[in-house]
Design a binder for this molecule. Structure first.
Ligand SMILES: [Zn+2]
Ligand SMILES: [Zn+2]
Length: 359
């Protein structure tokens, strides 16, 4: 299931972004008018309208595409995905609370996209198989993720949005936590606009600010910083896929990162009720579960065990990659097989014995 999900996701995302690139990035009417070069702000109302249509179309393709993908990947594997998530998927399109919040979230989202294009901070250049495209789309996307993780989640999310437990600070974020174990991709868009700013856009704003400082200092005059629109759409894809009912979902567009960090699993555990998280003694506050990279912390195996326990599933993520590299005796087994695997997990001082994972 893991590799089938990865194959589906990589082909699917390649198709979505290739289509967007053909539509926006190549020499056609849209590119001439709206993105190359972006002179929308000084031109006419018609150009602003084109920018609006373009960004709304791109956003709609990515957002709705992710919801369709969620249906496909959860229903294909419905005997393995958590039952509560399958049930939510069946009824999500008639969920009016969700429709209300998604609409409210879309307004600041669309405003940001359109303003970003008009102010020339968001741009789209043809995506090629070269270093420039790789840097502007993939590297800057990873930089935004890192900045968001360190600035927003490590501090604002952990200590403000969850820390005080006093209104209005926690109320903003509690909107996003309306959906708990039943969290799936569509419910990820349920966000208060204030929360949206601090937890979605902050990575992009911080990178733009850093680029402004560095480029202006380097050139000796004010330089408008820019971020590739596709890099921001990658961020959006990551944020939505973190909530998918399929824990093998591609999150980072990088198989090594997706192998090391079980981010979907950790974020789904972050959505369970606070009382349960307190009982487990873990909050899963940051989208990137850094401790998963440390094979000696045991947190990766602990999270897999807790996910299966909470959601009544039987997922196996095999050994962590560092163990795979250093433990030659580690026996790798296929994901779906008749045998069982006994693991001993060291979590801090506490030893959790014999987690039986069907693989
Ligand atoms: Zn939270
Ligand atoms: Zn979330």
């Amino acid at each position: 299931m893991r590799y089938a999900t990865w194959c589906f996701d990589y082909v699917y995302f390649w198709w979505v972004y290739y289509s967007l690139d053909m539509f926006i990035g190549h020499d056609n009417w849209f590119k001439q008018e709206a993105f190359l070069p972006v002179h929308v702000a000084t031109d006419s109302f018609g150009d602003i309208l084109i920018a609006l249509i373009l960004v709304v179309s791109a956003f709609t393709v990515v957002f709705n595409g992710l919801i369709v993908r969620e249906y496909i990947l959860c229903f294909i594997f419905q005997d393995k995905v958590a039952k509560i998530k399958i049930e939510k998927l069946k009824h999500v399109l008639t969920d009016m609370t969700l429709a209300y919040w998604v609409t409210l979230t879309l307004i600041p989202g669309m405003t940001f996209f359109t303003l970003g294009t008009i102010l020339e901070v968001l741009y789209w250049d043809e995506i090629l198989l070269d270093w420039n495209s790789y840097y502007s789309v993939v590297v800057e996307y990873h930089l935004m993720l890192l900045l968001k993780d360190f600035i927003s989640f490590r501090f604002i999310h952990a200590y403000v949005m969850h820390g005080f437990n006093k209104p209005p600070l926690n109320l903003w974020h509690q909107v996003h936590h309306t959906y708990k174990e039943e969290t799936i991709t569509p419910t990820a868009a349920v966000m208060h606009p204030v929360d949206l700013f601090f937890e979605t856009f902050v990575g992009c704003f911080t990178l733009l600010f850093l680029k402004f400082c560095v480029l202006s200092a380097y050139h000796g005059h004010v330089v408008t910083p820019q971020v590739h629109f596709a890099a921001f759409l990658f961020m959006l894809t990551t944020d939505l896929n973190l909530h998918s009912g399929n824990p093998y979902s591609v999150i980072y567009f990088n198989p090594i990162f997706d192998w090391v960090f079980l981010s979907n699993l950790a974020h789904n555990l972050h959505h369970i009720p606070l009382a349960k998280r307190k009982e487990f003694g873990v909050m899963w506050d940051t989208p990137i579960p850094w401790r998963h990279a440390n094979p000696w912390s045991g947190s990766r195996a602990r999270d897999v065990r807790l996910y299966n326990e909470v959601f009544g599933t039987n997922f196996n993520f095999e050994d962590d990659p560092v163990s795979c590299l250093f433990k030659s005796t580690t026996k790798h087994k296929a994901e779906e097989g008749p045998e069982s695997n006994q693991q001993k997990i060291q979590v801090g001082k506490e030893e959790v014995n014999a987690v039986k994972l069907e693989i």
